[in-house]
Design a protein around this ligand. Structure first.
Ligand SMILES: *[C@@H]1O[C@H](CO)[C@@H](O)[C@H](O)[C@H]1NC(C)=O
Ligand SMILES: *[C@@H]1O[C@H](CO)[C@@H](O)[C@H](O)[C@H]1NC(C)=O
Length: 240
């Protein structure tokens, strides 16, 4: 990669981090084997993507299995809570096109956008907490009182984790007063293949990573394959 494209990538990530636009966040190509052109896996995967594209937008989540051993593929798609069906559809469509470009022959892959997540694999991962795929996004700026701020952050996200895991959509967002008319905003979400208790366990686990990820930072996210959390000092969830 040329240094110019690395610069662009860095800039894109910074812009992303600063403005939280609904765009690409990250991806991982996985699966231990690759498939080849005209492999039955390829047509099963295409069918799976089509199913997820139709299933996901109306409700915000879709999952499925297509094909039989040894060519079967399992997948899911999740849109961020509160995202309109049209934006969800756009995101799932974009995710499946982009992952096809980035991981053309991998039997497994995961891709994250602001508005959605798409994942597939040739083994059954559904209903299990994904502890492998995870990354952090954080604001560069430090807060002035990190100790109390960190406490508030983890307080808000722990509340949201409880709330999210107790609702059918496994999603919650909310806010907390910071004093001096400032507020902290947060969200917590799990993929719907998890049980309520696994959702809580997943969220509790990534909240525990906040000190490593986002110590004293004005905003941060821990993003995984089964759950994610985010906090900011400005409202980032559209109220439309
Ligand atoms: C799978 O394909 C990727 C390129 O997409 C390549 O880097 C990798 O070595 C391949 N893995 C195997 C096991 O063939
Ligand atoms: C934030 O704080 C860390 C450690 O206290 C320091 O290394 C870093 O330079 C600070 N960043 C900014 C943008 O002030």
């Amino acid at each position: 990669m040329s240094s110019f494209s690395i610069y662009l990538l860095t800039l894109a990530l910074l812009l992303q981090t600063n403005y939280g636009a609904s765009s690409y966040l990250n991806h991982v190509c996985s699966g231990f084997e690759n498939f080849t052109t005209n492999d039955p896996y390829e047509s099963n995967l295409r069918k799976l993507m089509g199913n997820l594209y139709y299933q996901t937008p109306p409700v915000g989540f879709g999952l499925g299995l297509v094909g039989h051993y040894p060519y079967q593929t399992y997948g899911l798609a999740l849109c961020r809570g509160g995202v309109e069906a049209t934006d969800c559809r756009t995101c799932v469509n974009q995710a499946s096109a982009e992952i096809h470009k980035r991981c053309p022959y991998n039997k497994g892959a995961i891709i994250w956008y602001d508005n959605c997540l798409l994942k597939y694999l040739n083994t059954d991962f559904l209903g299990q907490i994904d502890n492998q795929n995870k990354f952090y996004l954080l604001k560069l700026r430090n807060v002035s009182e990190p100790t109390s701020f960190n406490q508030k952050t983890s307080e808000l996200l722990s509340l949201l984790a409880k709330e999210a895991s107790a609702t059918p959509k496994l999603y919650a967002d909310g806010e907390l007063e910071l004093g001096e008319s400032r507020k902290l905003y947060g969200l917590a979400q799990c993929t719907w293949d998890l049980s309520s208790s696994d959702c809580f366990e997943c969220l509790d686990g990534i909240i525990g990573e906040l000190p490593r990820c986002c110590d004293g930072k004005e905003g941060g996210r821990v993003v995984g394959g089964s759950c994610n959390i985010r906090y900011e000092i400005y409202p980032f969830v559209s109220t439309a």
